[in-house]
Design a binder for this molecule. Structure first.
Ligand code: ATP
Ligand code: MG
Length: 541
């Protein structure tokens, strides 16, 4: 039970008590609206019977005014009901999205190896949105329509127990068929979600690399990949719609069979003299009234089944523990020594690093070379705590990395990854310029690396567009390096830092390393000879 409440709290992103309180507030508005909307037509009979019939103009005016007030209140509570439900839903959706995004920023490589980008995108953009109806409309619909359905069934049981029992039996039959359909719908939705995730992955990947794809003549391949997945999604979608429609038609069939049952049994009862024609007439109206709630109950049940795979996915991600944040020690770099003690690591089956033992002394500059795929970038992922070795351990200043907090690693270690990424924003934001001194240093590095200032007509306020669209590969790499250099941390880990640079820029970068990184521990992964000249020691992978 405790676990169950924890799950509900996780999905609501607010305490369950607060949610119930807010739901009750919405329900009160709904009940008030229902009362005034039921009372509204009642004034017509009062105006006719008590006003017009007795030619009492005062009464007519009074009831008309009362009717007007009632109508206005009906409109007001309908507004309040809709807005309060909507606000509650939006608040929950906002909370889940925010928590989800924050969680995703903390997930490690193990997580990303289990989840496709498209799948996660769908959770963020689609699944979370689709549970808002469930959290607000569905629950109140279920409560209200359940009470109406029970009430009408009780009326049947009181007026004619035989008919009441028939209605009850039909309701059970209807519910069990709905349940079977619901299970199929839930399974179908899981498959559909998966396929939609795969389609989103393709779209996301293609659009993120559109220029490269066009230049490398990969458009036909992408089109084929998209077409196949898109077709699968549509087929599954049609299948799912068929299942949902069948489930809804069962509600309709309840209406047909219900009326027939009431008429057949009712007619026999009338012939036997146990029921009057008038009562039979009102029973046929009651059975019609039962139809609405029964259909709503069925539809909302299907809605729950359809949404269940989405909720499970949201919960799965929110409860996932594969985090880079694990660790308690707030490490303050004193020396900048790094040790690998018998480290072995594999992503899946194949070992990438095996029994690696090496020591990187403080303030040393170490070059790492090796064939493509030998595990150099993997080593950097391990040093960034994106993954933890299956055996052995890495140490910063003698403290094992799994005990150190991610924040303290980031505070002491600058990592420039092989794939350079610059976020969207102004030069000031990206470079985190917060002082004149830092600004001057940035321009100095820019000059040294030959980054033309013409690229930044608005100086620090120049916007770098998404995916660094307005910079060349080399320019972007230089900016990423300058950003790192400005951070002035104790340890620098650079993965192919000059891969996109021309030879002169590379030479200048070597000078920068000699001049600015002498008092720091530096690891440089490179295939370039020139860069190796700055290293005290070279390790081959
Ligand atoms: P390069 O010189 O080309 O940059 P590298 O030495 O940096 O190569 P890594 O990127 O560390 O090589 O990759 C080492 C091996 O691990 C490769 O065979 C690669 O296919 C595999 N690998 C890398 N990332 C993953 C991943 N996320 N999942 C599975 N395998 C991976
Ligand atoms: Mg690499």
């Amino acid at each position: 039970m405790k676990n169950y409440i924890k799950k509900i709290n996780t999905i609501l992103q607010m305490p369950i008590k607060l949610y119930i309180f807010k739901q009750i507030k919405c329900l009160i508005f709904m009940v008030l609206y229902t009362i005034f909307s039921l009372a509204f037509p009642g004034f017509i009979s009062l105006i006719i019977d008590e006003g017009i019939k007795s030619c009492d103009i005062e009464k007519i005016l009074f009831y008309c005014s009362a009717m007007l007030v009632c109508g206005l209140l009906m409109i007001l509570f309908q507004y309040l009901q809709k807005v309060s439900f909507y606000k509650l839903a939006q608040q929950i959706v906002y909370n889940i999205k925010r928590t989800m995004f924050e969680k995703l920023l903390e997930r490690n490589l193990k997580f990303w190896m289990n989840y496709q980008i498209g799948d996660v995108l769908r959770v963020l953009e689609n699944d979370i949105d689709s549970i808002q109806n469930l959290l607000t409309g569905t629950i109140s619909n279920l409560i209200i329509n359940f009470f109406v359905a029970v009430g009408i069934t009780i009326v049947f049981l009181i007026i004619n127990p035989i008919l009441g029992l028939i209605i009850l039996l039909m309701a059970f039959l209807f519910a069990s068929i709905q349940k079977k359909c619901g299970d199929k719908i839930q399974d179908g939705m899981s498959v559909l979600r998966l396929q939609m995730g795969e389609l989103s992955s393709i779209i996301n990947e293609t659009l993120n690399h559109i220029a490269t794809i066009q230049m490398a003549d990969l458009t036909a391949l992408e089109r084929r990949r998209f077409d196949t997945k898109n077709r699968n999604v549509i087929q599954q979608f049609i299948l799912q719609t068929k299942r949902v429609t069948i489930a809804q038609l069962i509600g309709m069939s309840f209406n047909v069979f219900g009326i027939l049952a009431v008429l057949v049994v009712g007619a026999i009862e009338v012939l036997k003299g146990r029921l009057s024609i008038g009562v039979l007439f009102s029973l046929t109206i009651y059975i019609q009234r039962l139809y609405g709630p029964i259909v709503v109950l069925g539809t909302e049940y299907i809605n729950i089944k359809n949404t269940k795979p989405m909720i499970e996915k949201i919960l799965e991600i929110l409860e996932n523990e594969d985090s880079i944040l694990a660790g308690k020690i707030d490490w303050i770099c004193t020396k900048g020594e790094i040790n690998f003690d018998d480290v072995s690591f594999k992503y899946k089956e194949k070992w990438i690093l095996q029994n690696l033992t090496m020591e990187i002394p403080e303030k040393a500059t170490i070059g790492i070379i090796g064939e493509n795929g030998s595990g150099k970038s993997t080593l950097i992922k391990l040093l960034s705590k994106l993954c933890i070795p299956q055996s052995g351990m890495l140490y910063f200043d003698g403290i094992s990395i799994d005990n150190i907090t991610y924040e303290s690693i980031k505070r002491n270690v600058t990592v420039i990854p092989q794939e350079c990424f610059l976020p969207y924003g102004t030069l000031r934001d990206i470079m985190e310029i917060d002082s004149k001194e830092k600004e001057n240093k940035m321009f100095e590095f820019m000059e040294k690396l030959g980054v033309s200032l013409e690229k930044f007509p608005d100086g620090l306020e120049t916007e770098l567009t998404e995916n660094r669209g307005n910079l060349s590969g080399g320019e972007a790499q230089k900016l990423a390096l300058i950003r790192g250099l400005l951070q002035n941390k104790s340890i620098y880990i650079l993965d192919e830092p000059t891969a996109a640079m021309d030879l002169e820029s590379e030479r200048n970068f070597c000078n920068i390393v000699r001049e600015y990184l002498t008092n720091k521990t530096v690891i440089i992964v490179t295939h370039r000879r020139e860069l190796l000249t700055v290293c005290d020691k070279i390790i081959t992978f």
